[in-house]
Design a protein around this ligand. Structure first.
Ligand SMILES: Cc1cc2nc3c(=O)[nH]c(=O)nc-3n(C[C@H](O)[C@H](O)[C@H](O)COP(=O)(O)OP(=O)(O)OC[C@H]3O[C@@H](n4cnc5c(N)ncnc54)[C@H](O)[C@@H]3O)c2cc1C
Length: 435
């Protein structure tokens, strides 16, 4: 008898190192891969009324799903597409196909947990199980030398207890083939930006053309950054730059959507160190990806606190919600060129450098004394690489409500601009009137 497993793709839009897919193939005779465009995200608003997902990220996700569909078809399978609520859509497919169980990657943040819990309850009514797999982090929680409740709140302490101690697991290979059942199931169609009432991306900066969604493009960028250009050799020196494509890895959007596995990135970095060069810069890529794991662990340890004004430290930050002042910041019209240039880059491309993010966030909270959640939600809406733990974790940090050992961290915008944009190249690019 055909033993069907549904594989529900979420923020894991890849075939390589995909634990849930490998598990499902081991346990079932055929697989139904599914992706659901969640109507609450693609049509939804944040609590301050911003679009939950801008056209930049929507486009990136659509491209990623199309690439996933092609890659699955190349392996003999197919990807079922739905628009709606995953807990209803996946449930309906399970009912219709009389599947045996459903696999997904376990998420840990409020909205994502809500959806997976509802689906699990729905499946119970069919006598089916929702089986969880892992795949977000570089390290498995089970391999860490401390329980989640004891994860050090200070990054350096966390890093010292992990690096060179916890063994890195191998990234799993993509399956050879994906057996698909004979079924009448409607395959569905991948939507377009228009489906969600979103505008096409019309700006044509470097970031607009280079951030193309999908596992194929993800591997191309990793390949470019390491093996083709050797840019990784100087990463530590360039990573705080602002202009162009090459100063940092630009892997974030592919990591956030799961087109790329962090284990695979670090395995490639390790291979590069063996075969080409090993130096402080090559190490530093690992160091930054550890930050990503760290914020995910903070999210696990503190749960919803990372989304609350008082954060994980329960302190009282600034709380101005003046809409006019906020929209000057958001639209890049504060009159402070370094802030405005960065915000205009975000508004036009969905991307901003790490240095830029730190400065505009600090300016909003520490100089304008605004409620940091407004800024975090604005980033959530626009960032092409939005990830709940990385975004809210970093905002917690800068707002002084997070895991930061340094009390009152402050970025002096003027001196930062002088240091990182000494000849004003970045400012002039984004605000040509200042030429
Ligand atoms: C206020 C604020 C909000 C942020 N929001 C997000 C977000 O929603 N999603 C996101 O992926 N990153 C976020 N970051 C972290 C960081 O700015 C981006 O990961 C980075 O700029 C992406 O560019 P890159 O891939 O070239 O990074 P690289 O410098 O090449 O770093 C390599 C990878 O390490 C990880 N990384 C690097 N720095 C951080 C960091 N501080 N925190 C967590 N992971 C890190 C990313 O996955 C990144 O792709 C935020 C930072 C700040 C200050």
């Amino acid at each position: 008898m055909d033993n069907i497993a549904i594989v529900w793709f979420r923020n894991d839009l890849r075939l390589h190192d995909n634990e849930m897919l490998c598990e499902a193939i081991k346990k079932a005779t055929s697989i139904i891969p599914v992706y659901v465009f969640d109507e609450r995200l693609f049509w939804g608003k944040t609590s301050f009324g911003f679009e939950k997902i801008s056209n930049f990220r929507t486009k990136f996700i659509i491209e990623s799903v199309l690439d996933l569909q092609k890659n699955i078809r190349d392996k003999g399978g197919d990807l079922i597409i739905r628009i709606g609520k995953p807990e209803d859509e996946v449930f309906e497919i399970a009912k219709q196909t009389k599947s045996s169980f459903v696999y997904c990657n376990r998420e840990r943040t409020e909205q994502e947990v809500f959806v997976q819990d509802r689906l699990e309850h729905n499946l119970w009514t069919l006598g089916q199980e929702l089986r969880f797999a892992r795949g977000k982090m570089l390290y498995y929680t089970a391999d860490l030398p401390f329980p989640i409740s004891q994860v050090p709140d200070i990054f350096t302490n966390y890093r010292k207890e992990v690096e060179n101690i916890v063994p890195l697991r191998d990234a799993l290979s993509a399956p050879q083939s994906i057996p698909f059942p004979i079924t009448e199931l409607d395959r569905g169609e991948v939507p377009t930006l228009k489906t969600f009432g979103k505008n096409d991306v019309t700006s044509c900066h470097l970031e607009n053309s280079k951030f193309k969604g999908g596992e194929t493009e993800a591997k191309n960028q990793l390949n470019y950054y390491l093996w083709e250009s050797h840019l990784i050799d100087t990463y530590k020196e360039t990573r705080n730059d602002l202009m162009g494509w090459d100063f940092s890895s630009k892997l974030s959007a592919w990591l956030s959507s799961g087109c790329l596995s962090p284990k695979y990135v670090i395995a490639e970095k390790n291979r590069y160190e063996k075969e080409v060069t090993k130096n402080e810069s090559t190490y530093w890529l690992y160091f930054e990806i550890l930050w990503r794991d760290f914020f995910r662990l903070m999210g696990k340890k503190y749960g919803n606190k990372i989304f609350k004004l008082n954060g994980i430290r329960n302190v009282e930050p600034a709380n101005n919600t003046d809409v006019e002042l906020f929209s000057k910041w958001a639209s890049g019209n504060t009159g402070i060129p370094f802030i405005d240039a960065n915000m205009r880059q975000l508004n036009d491309t969905g991307f901003m450098s790490n240095r830029g993010r730190q400065n505009v966030a600090s300016f909003l909270v520490k100089d304008l004394k605004m409620n940091w959640i407004m800024g975090a939600e604005y980033f959530e809406s626009l960032l092409i690489d939005y990830d709940p733990c990385s975004n809210y974790g970093n905002w917690n940090y800068i707002a002084g409500v997070g895991a930061d050992p340094k009390e009152d961290r402050y970025f002096n915008v003027m001196s930062q601009a002088k240091r990182y944009d000494a000849n004003g190249e970045f400012i002039k690019y984004w605000i040509p009137a200042l030429e």
